[in-house]
Ligand binder design. Structure first.
Ligand code: CO
Ligand code: CO
Length: 319
Protein backbone atom coordinates (compact mmCIF):
# COMPACT_ATOMS: atom_id res chain seq x y z
CA UNK A 1 0.00 0.00 0.00
CA UNK A 2 1.41 3.42 -0.89
CA UNK A 3 2.27 5.57 2.10
CA UNK A 4 3.17 2.52 4.18
CA UNK A 5 6.83 1.68 4.46
CA UNK A 6 7.72 -1.86 5.50
CA UNK A 7 11.07 -2.87 6.85
CA UNK A 8 13.19 -5.06 4.56
CA UNK A 9 13.74 -8.60 5.73
CA UNK A 10 16.77 -10.51 4.52
CA UNK A 11 15.06 -13.90 4.44
CA UNK A 12 12.02 -12.79 2.48
CA UNK A 13 11.59 -14.31 -0.96
CA UNK A 14 8.13 -12.95 -1.85
CA UNK A 15 6.66 -9.88 -0.14
CA UNK A 16 4.24 -6.99 -0.70
CA UNK A 17 6.28 -5.68 -3.64
CA UNK A 18 5.62 -8.78 -5.71
CA UNK A 19 1.80 -8.79 -5.78
CA UNK A 20 1.87 -12.57 -5.50
CA UNK A 21 -0.55 -14.83 -3.62
CA UNK A 22 1.35 -15.30 -0.38
CA UNK A 23 4.39 -14.14 1.54
CA UNK A 24 7.37 -16.47 1.31
CA UNK A 25 10.42 -16.61 3.57
CA UNK A 26 13.44 -18.89 3.81
CA UNK A 27 13.38 -21.12 6.89
CA UNK A 28 16.05 -23.77 6.45
CA UNK A 29 18.24 -25.34 3.80
CA UNK A 30 16.17 -25.15 0.64
CA UNK A 31 12.86 -24.98 2.44
CA UNK A 32 10.47 -22.05 2.34
CA UNK A 33 7.63 -20.99 4.62
CA UNK A 34 4.58 -19.73 2.71
CA UNK A 35 1.97 -17.74 4.62
CA UNK A 36 -1.32 -16.16 3.62
CA UNK A 37 -4.44 -14.71 5.22
CA UNK A 38 -7.94 -14.26 3.82
CA UNK A 39 -11.33 -13.58 5.39
CA UNK A 40 -14.66 -12.07 4.34
CA UNK A 41 -18.35 -11.57 5.11
CA UNK A 42 -20.85 -14.34 4.24
CA UNK A 43 -21.31 -15.04 0.53
CA UNK A 44 -24.09 -17.58 1.19
CA UNK A 45 -26.82 -17.90 3.86
CA UNK A 46 -25.94 -21.30 5.23
CA UNK A 47 -23.30 -20.84 7.99
CA UNK A 48 -21.66 -24.26 7.56
CA UNK A 49 -21.29 -23.70 3.81
CA UNK A 50 -19.92 -20.21 4.42
CA UNK A 51 -17.26 -21.71 6.72
CA UNK A 52 -16.28 -24.24 4.07
CA UNK A 53 -16.04 -21.63 1.31
CA UNK A 54 -14.02 -19.19 3.43
CA UNK A 55 -11.53 -21.91 4.34
CA UNK A 56 -11.22 -23.25 0.78
CA UNK A 57 -10.66 -19.69 -0.42
CA UNK A 58 -7.93 -19.02 2.15
CA UNK A 59 -6.10 -22.28 1.38
CA UNK A 60 -6.11 -21.46 -2.30
CA UNK A 61 -3.18 -19.01 -2.14
CA UNK A 62 -0.96 -21.76 -0.71
CA UNK A 63 -1.90 -24.14 -3.53
CA UNK A 64 -1.37 -21.43 -6.15
CA UNK A 65 2.28 -21.17 -5.07
CA UNK A 66 2.93 -24.89 -5.45
CA UNK A 67 3.20 -25.25 -1.66
CA UNK A 68 1.71 -27.81 0.72
CA UNK A 69 -0.41 -26.40 3.55
CA UNK A 70 0.79 -27.32 7.05
CA UNK A 71 -1.55 -25.63 9.56
CA UNK A 72 -4.02 -22.77 9.93
CA UNK A 73 -5.45 -20.28 12.43
CA UNK A 74 -9.05 -19.00 12.54
CA UNK A 75 -9.96 -15.34 12.13
CA UNK A 76 -13.50 -14.84 13.31
CA UNK A 77 -15.81 -11.85 13.81
CA UNK A 78 -19.29 -12.52 15.15
CA UNK A 79 -22.24 -10.51 16.60
CA UNK A 80 -22.23 -12.37 19.91
CA UNK A 81 -25.38 -10.72 21.32
CA UNK A 82 -27.46 -10.80 18.13
CA UNK A 83 -26.99 -14.22 16.60
CA UNK A 84 -27.29 -17.68 18.12
CA UNK A 85 -24.12 -19.43 19.21
CA UNK A 86 -25.14 -22.39 17.04
CA UNK A 87 -24.49 -20.29 13.94
CA UNK A 88 -20.97 -19.52 15.12
CA UNK A 89 -20.35 -23.21 15.75
CA UNK A 90 -21.59 -24.09 12.24
CA UNK A 91 -19.25 -21.56 10.58
CA UNK A 92 -16.25 -22.85 12.53
CA UNK A 93 -17.25 -26.45 11.81
CA UNK A 94 -17.36 -25.69 8.08
CA UNK A 95 -13.84 -24.26 8.31
CA UNK A 96 -12.48 -27.12 10.34
CA UNK A 97 -13.99 -29.79 8.06
CA UNK A 98 -12.44 -28.08 5.04
CA UNK A 99 -9.06 -27.88 6.78
CA UNK A 100 -9.35 -31.62 7.55
CA UNK A 101 -10.01 -32.28 3.90
CA UNK A 102 -6.85 -30.31 3.09
CA UNK A 103 -5.03 -32.53 5.58
CA UNK A 104 -4.17 -29.76 8.05
CA UNK A 105 -5.16 -28.86 11.62
CA UNK A 106 -6.44 -25.48 12.79
CA UNK A 107 -4.16 -24.80 15.76
CA UNK A 108 -5.59 -21.56 17.10
CA UNK A 109 -7.03 -18.25 16.13
CA UNK A 110 -8.71 -15.10 17.33
CA UNK A 111 -12.35 -13.99 17.52
CA UNK A 112 -13.97 -10.62 18.17
CA UNK A 113 -17.48 -9.25 18.64
CA UNK A 114 -18.40 -7.74 15.29
CA UNK A 115 -21.59 -6.31 13.71
CA UNK A 116 -21.41 -8.60 10.69
CA UNK A 117 -19.95 -12.13 10.72
CA UNK A 118 -16.52 -12.45 9.16
CA UNK A 119 -14.53 -15.63 8.80
CA UNK A 120 -11.32 -16.83 7.25
CA UNK A 121 -7.95 -18.36 7.95
CA UNK A 122 -4.29 -17.61 8.25
CA UNK A 123 -2.71 -20.54 6.42
CA UNK A 124 0.89 -21.70 6.59
CA UNK A 125 2.51 -23.92 4.03
CA UNK A 126 5.89 -25.23 2.97
CA UNK A 127 7.62 -25.73 -0.33
CA UNK A 128 11.14 -26.50 -1.50
CA UNK A 129 12.80 -23.49 -3.09
CA UNK A 130 13.00 -25.07 -6.54
CA UNK A 131 9.30 -26.02 -6.45
CA UNK A 132 7.94 -22.57 -5.61
CA UNK A 133 5.57 -21.34 -8.34
CA UNK A 134 5.34 -17.56 -8.59
CA UNK A 135 3.18 -15.37 -10.77
CA UNK A 136 6.30 -13.86 -12.38
CA UNK A 137 7.61 -16.87 -14.33
CA UNK A 138 5.25 -16.88 -17.30
CA UNK A 139 6.96 -17.31 -20.70
CA UNK A 140 5.78 -16.40 -24.23
CA UNK A 141 4.44 -19.57 -25.83
CA UNK A 142 2.90 -20.92 -22.60
CA UNK A 143 -0.70 -22.02 -22.60
CA UNK A 144 -3.10 -20.65 -19.99
CA UNK A 145 -5.32 -23.06 -18.12
CA UNK A 146 -8.21 -22.11 -15.84
CA UNK A 147 -9.37 -24.84 -13.45
CA UNK A 148 -12.84 -23.56 -12.49
CA UNK A 149 -15.57 -21.72 -14.42
CA UNK A 150 -16.16 -18.03 -13.72
CA UNK A 151 -19.24 -16.18 -12.49
CA UNK A 152 -19.36 -16.63 -8.70
CA UNK A 153 -19.62 -12.85 -8.11
CA UNK A 154 -22.58 -12.43 -10.46
CA UNK A 155 -24.29 -15.60 -9.25
CA UNK A 156 -23.91 -14.95 -5.50
CA UNK A 157 -25.21 -11.40 -6.04
CA UNK A 158 -28.30 -12.86 -7.72
CA UNK A 159 -28.65 -15.60 -5.05
CA UNK A 160 -29.01 -12.85 -2.43
CA UNK A 161 -31.99 -11.55 -4.46
CA UNK A 162 -33.45 -15.04 -4.83
CA UNK A 163 -32.93 -14.98 -8.60
CA UNK A 164 -30.94 -18.17 -9.18
CA UNK A 165 -32.39 -21.59 -10.04
CA UNK A 166 -31.62 -24.11 -7.28
CA UNK A 167 -29.65 -26.34 -9.59
CA UNK A 168 -27.39 -23.50 -10.79
CA UNK A 169 -26.95 -22.27 -7.20
CA UNK A 170 -25.82 -25.71 -6.10
CA UNK A 171 -23.23 -26.07 -8.86
CA UNK A 172 -21.70 -22.66 -8.11
CA UNK A 173 -21.62 -23.22 -4.34
CA UNK A 174 -20.13 -26.65 -4.84
CA UNK A 175 -17.31 -25.12 -6.88
CA UNK A 176 -16.57 -22.43 -4.25
CA UNK A 177 -16.35 -25.16 -1.59
CA UNK A 178 -13.96 -27.23 -3.69
CA UNK A 179 -10.31 -27.06 -2.66
CA UNK A 180 -7.72 -26.34 -5.34
CA UNK A 181 -5.78 -29.24 -3.80
CA UNK A 182 -6.07 -31.67 -6.75
CA UNK A 183 -5.53 -28.94 -9.34
CA UNK A 184 -2.33 -28.02 -7.46
CA UNK A 185 -1.16 -31.58 -6.84
CA UNK A 186 -1.30 -32.31 -10.56
CA UNK A 187 0.18 -28.91 -11.39
CA UNK A 188 3.25 -29.91 -9.41
CA UNK A 189 3.83 -32.85 -11.79
CA UNK A 190 4.40 -30.48 -14.75
CA UNK A 191 6.91 -27.75 -15.59
CA UNK A 192 4.51 -24.96 -14.70
CA UNK A 193 6.07 -21.52 -15.16
CA UNK A 194 3.56 -19.40 -13.22
CA UNK A 195 0.28 -19.71 -11.38
CA UNK A 196 -2.15 -17.69 -9.34
CA UNK A 197 -5.65 -18.26 -8.00
CA UNK A 198 -8.54 -16.28 -9.43
CA UNK A 199 -10.27 -14.37 -6.64
CA UNK A 200 -11.34 -10.77 -6.01
CA UNK A 201 -9.66 -9.14 -9.02
CA UNK A 202 -11.33 -11.54 -11.44
CA UNK A 203 -9.70 -13.47 -14.27
CA UNK A 204 -8.44 -10.40 -16.12
CA UNK A 205 -7.26 -8.60 -12.99
CA UNK A 206 -5.17 -11.55 -11.88
CA UNK A 207 -3.90 -12.09 -15.42
CA UNK A 208 -2.81 -8.43 -15.54
CA UNK A 209 -0.67 -9.17 -12.45
CA UNK A 210 0.85 -12.26 -14.10
CA UNK A 211 1.61 -10.32 -17.31
CA UNK A 212 3.11 -7.35 -15.48
CA UNK A 213 5.31 -9.37 -13.15
CA UNK A 214 6.38 -11.79 -15.91
CA UNK A 215 6.84 -9.01 -18.51
CA UNK A 216 4.71 -10.79 -21.09
CA UNK A 217 1.33 -10.31 -22.77
CA UNK A 218 -1.58 -12.71 -23.17
CA UNK A 219 -4.40 -13.69 -25.48
CA UNK A 220 -7.67 -15.10 -24.19
CA UNK A 221 -10.21 -16.88 -26.37
CA UNK A 222 -13.56 -15.84 -24.95
CA UNK A 223 -15.26 -18.90 -26.43
CA UNK A 224 -12.93 -21.20 -24.47
CA UNK A 225 -13.64 -19.61 -21.08
CA UNK A 226 -16.37 -21.42 -19.19
CA UNK A 227 -18.91 -19.73 -16.96
CA UNK A 228 -21.35 -21.20 -14.46
CA UNK A 229 -24.79 -21.83 -15.95
CA UNK A 230 -26.93 -18.74 -15.63
CA UNK A 231 -24.04 -16.24 -15.47
CA UNK A 232 -24.70 -14.47 -18.76
CA UNK A 233 -28.44 -14.16 -18.24
CA UNK A 234 -27.98 -12.83 -14.71
CA UNK A 235 -25.39 -10.34 -15.96
CA UNK A 236 -27.90 -9.16 -18.58
CA UNK A 237 -30.44 -8.72 -15.79
CA UNK A 238 -28.03 -6.43 -13.95
CA UNK A 239 -26.68 -8.67 -11.17
CA UNK A 240 -23.12 -7.42 -11.47
CA UNK A 241 -21.42 -6.73 -8.12
CA UNK A 242 -19.65 -3.40 -7.68
CA UNK A 243 -16.31 -5.21 -7.21
CA UNK A 244 -16.61 -6.62 -10.73
CA UNK A 245 -17.38 -3.18 -12.15
CA UNK A 246 -14.32 -1.76 -10.38
CA UNK A 247 -12.24 -4.62 -11.79
CA UNK A 248 -13.45 -3.81 -15.29
CA UNK A 249 -12.58 -0.13 -14.87
CA UNK A 250 -9.05 -1.07 -13.84
CA UNK A 251 -8.35 -3.82 -16.40
CA UNK A 252 -9.87 -2.01 -19.39
CA UNK A 253 -6.70 0.15 -19.55
CA UNK A 254 -4.67 -2.98 -20.27
CA UNK A 255 -7.11 -4.96 -22.40
CA UNK A 256 -8.18 -4.98 -26.02
CA UNK A 257 -11.55 -6.72 -26.40
CA UNK A 258 -12.87 -8.23 -29.61
CA UNK A 259 -15.61 -6.01 -31.05
CA UNK A 260 -17.88 -9.05 -30.98
CA UNK A 261 -18.02 -9.05 -27.16
CA UNK A 262 -20.85 -7.33 -25.34
CA UNK A 263 -20.40 -5.17 -22.24
CA UNK A 264 -21.90 -7.98 -20.16
CA UNK A 265 -19.36 -10.45 -21.51
CA UNK A 266 -16.55 -8.05 -20.59
CA UNK A 267 -18.04 -7.82 -17.09
CA UNK A 268 -18.19 -11.61 -16.88
CA UNK A 269 -14.45 -11.82 -17.60
CA UNK A 270 -13.87 -9.17 -14.91
CA UNK A 271 -16.20 -10.77 -12.37
CA UNK A 272 -14.79 -10.82 -8.83
CA UNK A 273 -14.50 -14.47 -7.81
CA UNK A 274 -14.75 -16.14 -4.43
CA UNK A 275 -12.66 -19.28 -4.12
CA UNK A 276 -12.02 -19.40 -7.87
CA UNK A 277 -9.77 -21.81 -9.71
CA UNK A 278 -6.09 -21.74 -10.50
CA UNK A 279 -4.83 -19.84 -13.53
CA UNK A 280 -1.83 -21.82 -14.73
CA UNK A 281 0.85 -20.81 -17.24
CA UNK A 282 2.33 -24.05 -18.58
CA UNK A 283 4.47 -25.00 -21.62
CA UNK A 284 2.00 -25.51 -24.47
CA UNK A 285 3.12 -29.08 -25.14
CA UNK A 286 2.05 -30.08 -21.60
CA UNK A 287 -1.23 -28.18 -21.40
CA UNK A 288 -3.57 -30.76 -22.91
CA UNK A 289 -2.08 -33.50 -20.80
CA UNK A 290 -2.62 -31.49 -17.63
CA UNK A 291 -6.24 -30.82 -18.57
CA UNK A 292 -6.86 -34.49 -19.39
CA UNK A 293 -5.34 -35.51 -16.07
CA UNK A 294 -7.22 -33.10 -13.82
CA UNK A 295 -10.52 -33.57 -15.66
CA UNK A 296 -10.31 -37.32 -15.17
CA UNK A 297 -10.49 -36.88 -11.39
CA UNK A 298 -12.39 -33.60 -10.97
CA UNK A 299 -16.08 -32.87 -11.46
CA UNK A 300 -15.19 -29.24 -12.15
CA UNK A 301 -13.69 -28.99 -15.61
CA UNK A 302 -10.43 -27.23 -16.48
CA UNK A 303 -9.97 -25.67 -19.91
CA UNK A 304 -7.20 -24.07 -21.94
CA UNK A 305 -8.36 -20.48 -22.26
CA UNK A 306 -5.50 -18.79 -24.09
CA UNK A 307 -1.77 -18.27 -24.39
CA UNK A 308 1.11 -16.10 -23.32
CA UNK A 309 2.75 -13.93 -25.99
CA UNK A 310 5.75 -11.60 -26.15
CA UNK A 311 5.34 -8.37 -24.25
CA UNK A 312 3.37 -5.77 -26.22
CA UNK A 313 1.77 -2.40 -25.32
CA UNK A 314 -1.63 -4.11 -24.99
CA UNK A 315 -1.21 -6.46 -22.05
CA UNK A 316 -4.20 -8.70 -22.83
CA UNK A 317 -6.09 -9.32 -26.06
CA UNK A 318 -9.49 -10.94 -25.75
CA UNK A 319 -10.39 -12.68 -28.99
CO1 CO B 1 -4.41 -15.36 -4.55
CO1 CO C 1 -5.65 -14.02 -1.08
Amino acid sequence: MSGVKNKDYKNSVVSFNENDDAAVVKISNGKLLVQTVDFFTPVVDDPYTFGQIAAANALSDIYAMGATPTFALNIFGFPINELSKDIAVEILKGGSDKANEAGIPILGGHSIDDKEPKYGLVVNGEVFEDKLIRNSGSIAGDSLILTKPLGTGIITTAIKKGQVQNEFEEITINSMKTLNKDAAKIMNQYDVNAATDVTGYGLLGHLVEVCKSSRVSAEIEFSNVSFFSGTEELAKNGYIPSGSKRNYEYISKFCNFSKALSMNQKMMLSDAQTSGGLLISIPSNQAEDYVKNINSISEIKSTIIGRITDSSPTLIKIL
